[in-house]
Design a protein around this ligand. Structure first.
Ligand code: PA5
Length: 409
C-alpha cells in the first residue's frame, strides 16, 4: 500500500483547479480513448499463457545457466534493471542468475569486457527491442549471438536466444522466425517506458529469482486504487495535479529523492518515464534525481540555496530492512540516523522554498514495486494530459534514431 504525504505541499489547497480535467483524463484512459494505453488494464488483462511461458523459460535458465545477458535500451531495459536492484540484496543471497545489461550504449570497452566476462560462464541471451531495429541493442546482439555460436554451436541459437519484440513485424521478429528463437511479445499498445510489466521486464526479473506473480498483484492493487475517480481515494490523481500546479508556479524541475543505493535505478526509470512522456512541445517538468544522503554532500547546496525552480519527491521505504540491524549507539540504529537526516533535509528544503512530497511504501518487495510502477505510470499519464501533451509518443527519441540511420548511410 502506497502512502502519499502532501502535508508540505501547499498547492493541495488549489487542487480543484484541475480536478475535473484529471477525472476526464482517467475516464479516457480507462475507456481506451487514447492510443498506446494498453498498460492501463494490463495488470488485469495480461496474457496468462505467455506469463506461464515466461516462468517456464526463467526456470530453465535458472537451472541451466549462470548468467542472463539482457540486451536492450531505454524502456527495453530500465524497468528490469530498476526492479532487480530494488529487490536484490547488495552482495549475497542471489536467488536466480546474474542478469547483465548490455546494448544500452555504444561503449566499446564495456562491450568487450562484458563479452570476455560472459565467455567463461554458462549463459543465455534475451534480446529486447520493440522495433527490432534500434542501433545500440543491434550491435550488442550481433556480438553476443556470435559468442553463442562460437561457444555452443549454431544449433544452440534456438535454445539460448530469446527475443522479446513485436508480435508480427520488425527485423528481430523476422530473424527470430527464421532462426527459430523463442519469442515473447511487446504488446502493440504499450510503449517502451510503460512496458516493464510485460515480457520486457518480467523475463529478466523472473530470471533474477523474483516473484513476478507478486509484482503483478501489486500492480493490480494499484490499478484498482489509482483509477478511481474519487479524489479523496486517489493520490495518483492528486500528485499529478500538484505537479502541474507547481509547474504553473515556475517549478519546472522535479527532484526524485531516494534513500538507499538500490533505489538509484528506480529513479532512472522514473526519469525516462516522466522525461519521455511529458517533456514535449517546449513544455514539461525536468525529472532529476538525488540519492540521499550521499548527494546532500554534493548537491545539497543547490537544493538549499540555488534557483528556486524545483520541488522534491521523496520515495521512501518505511521498514528499510528488518534483519541484521546495525546499531550506531545505545539510542539509535543507523536507519534512525537516515530518518533524522531525511527530516532535517526536508525541513531545510521546505524552508528554502523547495516544496516536498513524500511517497512511502512499507517494505521493499515485489508487491510494493508493482504498486510503485503502476502508481507512477498512471500519475505520469494524468499529469502530462493535464499539461496538454501526448504522454504516449516520443518524437524526440525517434528523431535521434532517424539521425543515426542517416549518418550510418
Ligand atoms: O520508451 C521508448 O519508446 C524508448 O525508450 C524505447 O524503449 C527505446 O528507444 C528502445 O526501443 P526499442 O525497444 O524499439 O529498441
Amino acid at each position: 500500500m502506497i502512502k502519499v504525504n502532501f502535508e508540505k505541499a501547499e498547492e493541495i489547497k488549489n487542487l480543484s483547479k484541475h480536478i475535473d480535467g484529471a477525472k476526464t483524463h482517467i475516464s479516457d484512459l480507462l475507456a481506451g480513448k487514447i492510443d498506446m494505453t494498453g498498460w492501463v488494464d494490463h495488470p488485469i488483462k495480461y496474457d496468462k499463457e505467455e506469463f506461464s511461458r515466461i516462468k517456464e523459460v526463467a526456470n530453465e535458465i535458472k537451472s541451466e545457466a549462470e548468467v542472463l545477458v539482457s540486451i536492450g535500451i531505454g524502456g527495453s531495459y530500465l524497468g528490469a534493471k530498476a526492479a532487480i536492484e530494488y529487490l536484490s540484496d547488495y552482495y549475497s543471497n542471489r536467488k536466480g542468475v546474474e542478469v547483465i545489461f548490455v546494448g544500452n550504449g555504444l561503449s566499446e570497452k564495456y562491450l568487450k569486457e562484458t563479452l570476455d566476462y560472459v565467455e567463461g560462464k554458462n549463459f543465455y541471451v534475451n534480446v529486447i527491442s520493440k522495433s527490432g531495429g534500434t542501433l545500440e541493442p543491434a550491435v550488442a546482439f550481433d556480438k553476443f549471438k556470435a559468442l553463442v555460436e562460437k561457444k555452443y554451436g549454431h544449433d544452440a541459437l534456438k535454445k539460448r536466444i530469446i527475443a522479446t519484440t513485436d508480435k508480427a513485424k520488425g527485423i528481430l521478429k523476422e530473424e527470430a522466425d527464421r532462426e527459430g528463437y523463442r519469442t515473447f511479445v511487446v504488446p502493440d499498445d504499450i510503449g517502451g517506458r510503460y512496458s516493464v510489466l510485460s515480457a520486457v521486464g518480467l523475463l529478466p526479473i523472473a530470471c533474477a529469482g523474483f516473484d513476478i506473480d507478486k509484482l503483478m498483484n501489486g500492480a493490480e492493487n494499484a490499478r484498482s486504487i489509482y483509477t478511481t475517480l474519487d479524489e479523496n481515494k486517489n493520490d495518483a490523481m492528486k500528485y499529478a495535479i500538484i505537479r502541474n500546479l507547481y509547474y504553473e508556479n515556475g517549478k519546472d524541475i522535479e527532484v526524485f529523492a531516494t534513500l538507499s543505493p538500490n533505489m538509484q535505478y528506480f529513479a532512472e526509470w522514473l526519469k525516462q518515464l516522466f522525461g519521455e512522456s511529458e517533456c514535449k512541445g517546449n513544455k514539461g517538468i525536468f525529472p532529476a534525481s538525488l540519492n540521499m544522503t550521499a548527494d546532500l554532500h554534493s548537491m545539497g547546496q543547490l537544493m538549499q540555496d540555488g534557483k528556486r525552480n524545483m520541488f522534491e519527491t521523496f520515495i521512501m521505504i518505511e521498514n528499510d530492512f528488518d534483519e541484521t540491524r546495525v546499531k550506531y549507539n545505545d539510542k539509535f540504529f543507523v536507519n534512525d540516523l537516515n530518518d533524522i537526516a531525511l527530516r532535517a533535509t526536508e525541513k531545510a528544503h521546505h524552508t528554502g522554498n523547495v516544496p516536498v512530497i513524500e511517497i512511502k511504501v512499507a517494505e521493499q518487495n515485489e508487491t510494493t514495486l508493482g504498486e510503485l510502477f503502476y502508481f507512477f505510470e498512471i500519475s505520469c499519464g494524468i499529469s502530462a494530459l493535464i499539461l496538454g501533451v501526448n504522454p504516449f509518443n516520443q518524437p524526440g527519441v525517434e528523431e535521434y534514431k532517424k539521425n543515426i540511420k542517416e549518418l550510418l548511410k
